[in-house]
Design a protein around this ligand. Structure first.
Ligand SMILES: Nc1ncnc2c1ncn2[C@@H]1O[C@H](COP(=O)(O)OP(=O)(O)OP(=O)(O)O)[C@@H](O)[C@H]1O
Ligand SMILES: [Mg+2]
Length: 478
């Protein structure tokens, strides 16, 4: 990193990744064992010692240890209990059990409780070093994974979901309110309005963010496979089930499951989903005992579920369970205030992503984009902008470069570009209303050959009021 100007922040040499000394906590009631472990390990590790389980538990919370070497047999709290508590406090911290009385039973119990490995006293030095190297590497990897997940999480912060319309602001407020909770959320909106993006924001702003978000597209999985995909199956549950398989609900324990296109789920499955929501339990296909899970459910659909209920294809009871909080994403044509912001957002983001230059838009091109109906919503806009950046020439985007459908689009707009200008924030609404009124009054005056009484009649008002409006709008009597 050294360069001529000198970096603002210099890392001490020994601190470079790879040379970082990992921190190990040795927990043993015998001073002799603590000392000898410290001596043999200190060339590679920063060794700290604790002489009881209590002391160990006090310290692991605050200090960033990479691994723990834990004696099983100690006075006071015994090793297994200490292990359990460590796992409760810092589940990712690898604990290596040290045991003199190695019985299969305690070793197995320790591994079940989450111990990373175990070694026997007296130590084989090489074995000790290998086990410890593995343990600390695992914790370093885990930390990296957590950091990467947090990084992915940042990408979905509301800051990257663009929208200044009142409807989107309301969506953002609700997301911030309910994200930290376990509440089930139903996201509705046409295709391409950003349902999946919102589902991700809900997950990555929740305490579950360090776990992976599981997304299931209910329409993409054949009906007969969906149950085993969601809930897993036991060996022999059906002909091709030659081994037990865990379902997505089990894998998503303590995380969030995103059920996309929920309207496509068949009523039989809907009943099973309802059961998980109500009881927190499900059964694997072919299984006999219920399994408990802690999973947050976020569902999405581009259909009107109340219509599906009326048509008998969606269960009303499930609907009420899913619909605890609803986030509706309006189609883009109903929040045209968001268009310029989205255009800017995608231009910057795509240019950076593709390593190419940003482009501006001529006001005429913007005007076309603002008028268009956007049946494919935000996704359609995003794709268009990417195409314009990649294919097009230099300079601002001109209307000729836009697809035919967009250039042809003529939604009912009262006067020229006025509506577009208001929506783009170029003009205020009251300005545009004045302009509209001025145009109509002038037109009426022309038609009445500047006879104010007749013009007023035509406009359905009185001469006095017309005169007042003309003064206000700066229209001079011819
Ligand atoms: N408000 C927004 N700000 C920034 N990007 C957005 C916004 N809304 C949608 N997008 C982007 O538009 C694309 C489509 O969004 P998304 O996939 O979330 O839509 P969807 O509602 O799930 O669509 P479908 O119903 O077709 O699955 C994505 O690339 C997403 O990142
Ligand atoms: Mg989607």
């Amino acid at each position: 990193m050294a360069n001529g100007q000198g970096p603002a922040f210099v890392m001490p040499d020994g601190d470079r990744e790879g040379e970082l000394r990992r921190r190990v906590l040795v927990v043993d009631d015998e001073a002799g064992v603590r000392e000898s472990l410290r001596l043999v390990l200190r060339d590679k590790y920063d060794v700290s010692v604790a002489e009881s389980g209590d002391e160990a538990l006090r310290r692991i919370g605050g200090e960033g240890f990479d691994a723990v070497l834990l004696d099983l047999v100690m006075p006071g709290i015994d090793g297994l209990t200490v292990l359990e508590r460590i796992k409760g406090q810092r589940p990712e911290l690898p604990v290596v059990i040290v045991t003199a009385t190695r019985t299969v039973k305690t070793a197995v119990t320790a591994i079940k409780l989450g111990a990373f490995d175990y070694i026997e006293k007296p130590f084989d030095l090489d074995e000790l070093r290998i086990v410890l190297a593995n343990a600390t590497r695992t914790s370093a990897l885990q930390r990296e994974v957590n950091e990467l997940r947090a990084e992915v999480g940042r990408r979905y912060q509301l800051g990257n979901i663009v929208g200044r319309s009142e409807a989107m602001q309301e969506v953002f407020r609700t997301v911030s309110q309910v994200a930290p909770l376990k509440t089930t959320v139903l996201i509705t909106g046409e295709s391409g309005t950003g349902k999946e993006l919102i589902a991700k924001a809900l997950h990555y702003q929740s305490p579950r963010a360090s776990r992976t978000l599981t997304a299931i597209n209910c329409a993409a999985i054949p009906e007969h496979l969906l149950e085993s995909e969601l809930f897993g199956h036991e060996r022999g549950a059906f002909t091709s089930a030659d081994a037990r398989k865990l379902g997505q609900f089990e894998l998503a324990h303590q995380s969030t499951i995103f059920l996309d296109e929920i309207a496509e789920m068949q009523p039989a499955m809907q009943a099973k989903l309802l059961r998980v929501i109500e009881t927190g339990q499900f059964m694997r296909v072919g299984g006999t005992k219920p399994i408990d899970v802690d999973v947050r459910i976020v569902a999405a659909t581009n259909q009107d579920l109340t219509q599906a209920i009326a048509a008998g294809t969606f269960r009303a009871d499930l609907y009420y369970r899913l619909n605890v909080v609803t986030l509706h994403l309006p189609p883009l044509r109903e929040r045209r205030q968001d268009l310029t912001l989205l255009i800017k957002h995608f231009t910057v983001a795509k240019a950076a992503e593709l390593g190419i230059k940003e482009r501006a838009f001529t006001p005429e091109a913007i005007d076309h984009l603002v008028r268009y109906r956007w049946p494919g919503n935000v996704r359609e806009l995003e794709n268009l902008i990417e195409r314009l950046l990649v294919l097009a020439d230099f300079g601002p985007v001109r209307p000729e470069e836009l697809p035919e459908v967009i250039r042809q689009s003529q939604t009912a707009m009262p006067t020229g570009n006025m509506r577009g200008e208001v929506l783009l924030g170029i003009r205020t609404l009251s300005d545009a209303v004045d302009e509209f009124e001025r145009e109509i009054i002038v037109e009426a005056l022309h038609q009445a050959e500047f006879n104010q009484t007749r013009a007023a009649e035509r406009l359905g008002t009185t001469r006095r009021i017309l005169k007042y409006r003309m003064d206000k709008l700066g229209i001079r009597e011819k």
